[in-house]
Design a protein around this ligand. Structure first.
Ligand code: GSH
Length: 257
């Protein structure tokens, strides 16, 4: 009985939050829904992966700060974060958060072997690079991104307010980011592999790829040319730039922020 109630409450909450998004043609009763604005690099991961495997969805582009205040959204995702992915193909909508998990889910359930290396060990290698992207590259790069792109210190202030830039801290952050990206460069350079796991793009390229875009949007060789020596990394980024889905869903939104 309790379980039944919670099922009904998720469906109801979903309908409510989608309806409040208003006029975007999003239906809570069918298809897939992606919550989160395209200005978020984590949302871009899901958009890019979905395009690579050929899965369609409707996107609810409400700002994260607004979603966090919506009780119904919090019932769908108690963390109040984006992205959230919802599949409405059954009476009980399937709801998933954590960008890397959503990407792995799409790879493993959609599009056959596109993005999914299938072999359990290779899947774990893909997952390993996804984790590295989220837990090491993203925190290392964020202070550099905000410093170079917006002249702000990091972490940001309340409600993502810009804060005074401290040049010594920024210089230390650049060093840290160089070390973090050097690991990716060395991995790619070993055996001259075109993509993170070998000859083909897999879900192991997605998170590192989204952050590589931010890195090279700060200069063709990274900010102040400081990443020039990481040639395998730049060559891999150039290969990503040859993919229309990457350009449309990762590069283009970054140019707008
Ligand atoms: N590890 C989570 C992090 C999600 C996350 O922090 N997303 C940001 C937007 S990119 C967010 O929702 N921030 C608002 C908040 O945490 O209050 C994921 O990968 O999905």
């Amino acid at each position: 009985m309790r379980c039944r109630r919670s099922i009904q409450s998720i469906a109801g909450a979903l309908r409510d939050v989608v309806e409040r998004a208003g006029g975007s043609g999003v239906s809570a009763s069918q298809g897939n829904i992606l919550f989160g604005a395209s200005s978020s690099s984590r949302v871009n991961k899901v958009q890019w992966a979905a395009a690579e495997v050929g899965v369609s969805y409707r996107q609810v582009e409400i700002s994260t700060s607004e979603l966090k205040l919506n009780d119904n959204y919090l019932r769908i995702n108690s963390k109040g974060t984006v992205p959230t992915w919802v599949e409405c193909d059954s009476p009980v909508p399937f709801v998933l958060n954590e960008s890397n998990t959503i990407v792995a889910h799409l790879a493993m359930t959609q599009g056959g072997s596109r993005l999914d290396p299938r072999d359990p060990r290779l899947r774990m290698l893909a997952w390993q690079w996804q984790e590295y992207g989220e837990t090491t590259l993203q925190p290392a790069l964020s202070p550099v991104w905000w410093g170079y792109k917006f002249g702000s210190g990091y972490p940001l202030g309340q409600g993502s307010a810009l804060v005074p830039l401290e040049p010594a801290k920024l210089a230390a952050s650049v060093q840290k980011a160089i070390r973090a990206w050097a690991a990716v460069d060395a991995h790619l350079a070993a055996d001259g592999r075109p993509f993170m796991l070998g000859d083909d793009l897999t879900f192991g390229d997605i998170t590192c790829g989204v952050h590589a875009n931010r890195l090279f949007q700060m200069g063709a060789e990274g900010p102040d040319g400081r990443f020039e020596h990481l040639r395998a990394l730049r060559a891999w980024y150039d290969r990503l730039l040859a993919r229309p889905a990457y350009v449309k869903l990762v590069v283009a939104p970054t140019l707008k922020v």
